[in-house]
Design a binder for this molecule. Structure first.
Ligand code: SF4
Length: 690
């Protein structure tokens, strides 16, 4: 089966005896594509399933008052009563205004795949499906999306010689941890050098060649100082900057990129000494200031270089706490390790070879201006040219979403209760779960045209994983709530009806999996017991509700669309069990019989050199004339800021601080991004207690 005690989805073998779970081992076969072991948390899944405090029957609140200190006065009810009560509520809301339903999941996304609740909500008519990424790494994803059109990155550890990790700790916990931990250990044995930048002496810092304790929140200044040193010493990959990124594009005095008549960005053609789109035969200049139609323009690279004037070595030392000499030495080492200009032949193909990579997860990103913090890390790697190169940073499906490189529409009034992609969160490509409670408490303040009435909360305990728990609880007090979970969480305490769920060791699930630079795989989970004889899991609950609300066929149709099912599909006019659902998706996605899934739980493959380095990579996506370019200079943010300003003026919006938005929506990371609000407010404190 496949573990789901966190989001690594490790392969597991579970030993049972007389229908009782005894012990969980790593699935040794899965080592070929992902995990070589499992962690203590994964091994403890048995206790989770046999937890005596599991919810076992549906519960109904009888006390109309809701609060964290209020006794809900639960009574046990039948599944029939619970499902009918919920369905009646849903029908009423759907008839009035389906947007008044909000569906939440956190870990639930990984248990049953969010495509199912999304399909349900689509059929129901609400846009409000809210996941939890914004409490974790979303800012890093947004930085990636703004820069190269999608998210998910990994260092090519197998071929890397110098790995610099910023606040990422796969030896404790992290997405991809169970691949990264052994991949890094193998690489260290091969001789890869590991540098860890982290305020805290983490487990991985303890195992590193070098630990650089940076002052919390100041990473961006450290990275900009490294960038300045690389440029000053000439250790930059000019070819990469010119042909894969928008570094040579011309920026006008207003900060926008100059465009030709056809809307194409202009570069300075060194051959014709004129501003032209980067087409065949054009030789773009990387640096310099030019006159275009009588107006001054600089290349984006020049704008970036000029912006680094304020990041002097002494300033960087003062802000980050890292000695200037150490910053210079690290930059020099990275520049050398990048082997700029080198190639390597693999499987008969000549490939760019830059065996240095910078990686982060929450470390640089989970803070105010986190997007700009990680943008600086990506720009640093554009300078080194390691993005998409052998031994460098691997991008997963670049330009999957070209729209991420455009300014936001900044919609107002907002469509969604979490205000995603509205004028409030213009580039929130991930749901803004923290915001839901705040909007529910005062919809008019955000221009929301409806008042949410019902929340279904599946396997997430949001007040305990977001800021301002008190407001989150107050938000729950305003609506009719259904919680689906395995135990009575604090969120469940605020429910009107609580439904028990099966654990990942008891349910059929089509499991998400993690890719690696060299592998892909598809996996399932299958039930090994049912400790408390619970008749339905969350998947079955959604199906039952769809049926009782009268949207079953529309739900089935939307499942087919979300999973892109063509040959094996959900048919109208009939019910499915969760096992049948897993079988349909498995057979469609793998083209293998379900019996294979029952025996192995996964199917995987090793990527060829072509697939790994040349196909859907920066090579075929960005390189050369006429292709989109990675955004060293994220000009779309400037467009978004102008749109925010216009919208604020047009609608007289009072709860947007334009100055903060101006800083956040800067086309380049700057020192301002090292001073988020708590730092500014606590500037007189001599130390941080963490
Ligand atoms: S790291 Fe793997 S074994 Fe550990 S909890 Fe996560 S998925 Fe399970």
């Amino acid at each position: 089966s496949t573990c789901c005690h966190c989001v690594n989805f490790c392969g597991i073998n579970v030993k049972t005896q007389d229908g009782v779970l005894r012990v969980i081992y790593p699935d040794e076969d899965r080592a070929a594509v992902f995990n070589h072991g499992i962690c203590p948390k994964g091994a403890s899944g048995v206790f989770n399933t046999y937890n005596p405090y599991r919810l076992k029957v549906p519960l109904k609140r009888t006390n109309p008052h809701k609060g964290i200190d209020v006794d809900p006065q639960w009574v046990e009810i039948s599944w029939e009563e619970a499902l009918n009560t919920i369905a009646e509520r849903l029908k009423k809301i759907r008839a009035e205004d389906p947007r008044k339903l909000v569906w939440h999941h956190g870990h639930g996304k990984y248990l049953i795949q969010d495509k199912f609740p999304k399909a349900f909500c689509k059929a129901f008519g609400t846009p409000n499906v809210v996941h939890r990424t914004t409490t974790c790494e979303a800012a890093r994803h947004v930085a990636d999306e703004l820069t190269w059109g999608y998210h998910e990155i990994l260092p090519d550890v197998e071929h890397c010689n110098l790995l610099v990790m910023f606040g990422v700790n796969p030896f404790e916990a992290e997405q991809w941890a169970r691949w990264l931990d052994h991949a890094i250990t193998d690489a260290r044995e091969r001789g890869m050098k590991l540098v860890v930048v982290d305020p805290r002496m983490s487990h991985i810092a303890a195992k590193a060649d070098q630990w650089i304790p940076v002052r919390p929140g100041k990473d961006v200044v450290l990275v900009l100082a490294l960038a300045r040193r690389l440029i000053e010493t000439g250790r930059i990959d000019r070819d990469f900057l010119l042909h894969y990124t928008n570094a040579p594009q011309l920026v006008g005095e207003d900060g926008h990129i100059l465009k030709g008549k056809d809307g194409q960005p202009l570069v300075w053609d060194a051959k014709s000494q004129s501003a032209r789109p980067y087409g065949e035969g054009v030789e773009p200049a990387l640096e310099g200031s030019y006159q275009v139609d009588g107006k001054a323009a600089r290349t984006a690279f020049q704008v970036f270089k000029d912006s680094l004037k304020e990041i002097t070595p002494s300033y960087a030392e003062e802000v980050t706490g890292v000695p200037a000499a150490q910053i210079a030495a690290l930059a020099d080492e990275m520049g050398e390790a990048a082997k700029i200009g080198a190639t390597v032949v693999m499987d008969g193909k000549r490939l760019r070879y830059r065996p240095v990579a910078v990686h982060t997860f929450r470390g640089m990103a989970a803070k105010e201006f986190g997007v700009q913090n990680w943008r600086s890390g990506l720009i640093l790697q554009m300078l080194l040219g390691d993005i998409g190169a052998v031994g460098g940073l691997v991008l997963h499906h670049p330009m999957k979403h070209p729209d991420y490189l455009e300014p936001s529409k900044c919609e107002y009034p907002p469509k969604r209760v979490d205000l995603q992609t509205s004028v409030y969160f213009p580039h929130a490509t991930h749901n803004v779960c923290q915001q839901v409670a705040l909007t529910i408490l005062d919809p008019e303040a955000y221009g929301l045209e409806y008042r949410p009435e019902m929340q279904i909360i599946y396997a997430t305990n949001r007040p305990f994983s977001t800021s301002d728990a008190r407001r989150q609880f107050e938000g729950y007090a305003k609506t009719f709530n259904v919680v689906i979970d395995i135990v009575m969480t604090e969120t469940a305490h605020m429910a009107d009806i609580v439904l028990p769920d099966l654990t990942y060791l008891e349910a059929w699930q089509f499991s998400p999996t993690r890719w690696t630079p060299g592998t892909r795989h598809t996996a399932i989970r299958q039930p090994m017991t049912n400790a408390y004889n619970i008749p339905l899991d969350a998947w079955g609950i959604i199906w039952e509700l769809a049926k009782r609300v009268g949207i079953r066929d529309a739900y089935a149709e939307n499942i087919n669309k979300k999973f892109k099912l063509k040959k094996h599909t959900f048919k109208k006019g009939r019910d499915y069990t969760s096992r049948e659902a897993v079988q349909i998706i498995w057979e469609e996605k793998t083209k293998k019989p379900f019996s294979y899934a029952l025996e192995h739980a996964f199917v995987g493959k090793q990527l060829s050199v072509e697939e790994r380095y040349l196909h859907h990579t920066p090579e075929d996506t960005f390189r050369g004339p006429g292709k989109p370019k990675m955004k060293l200079y994220a000009d779309q943010l400037l467009g978004s800021f102008e749109k925010v300003s216009e919208t604020v003026k047009k609608y007289g919006i009072e709860n947007i601080d334009l100055e903060r938005y101006r800083i956040a929506l800067s086309p380049l990371p700057t020192k301002d991004h090292a001073f988020p609000t708590p730092h500014r407010e606590a500037k007189d404190y001599p130390f941080y207690l963490m």
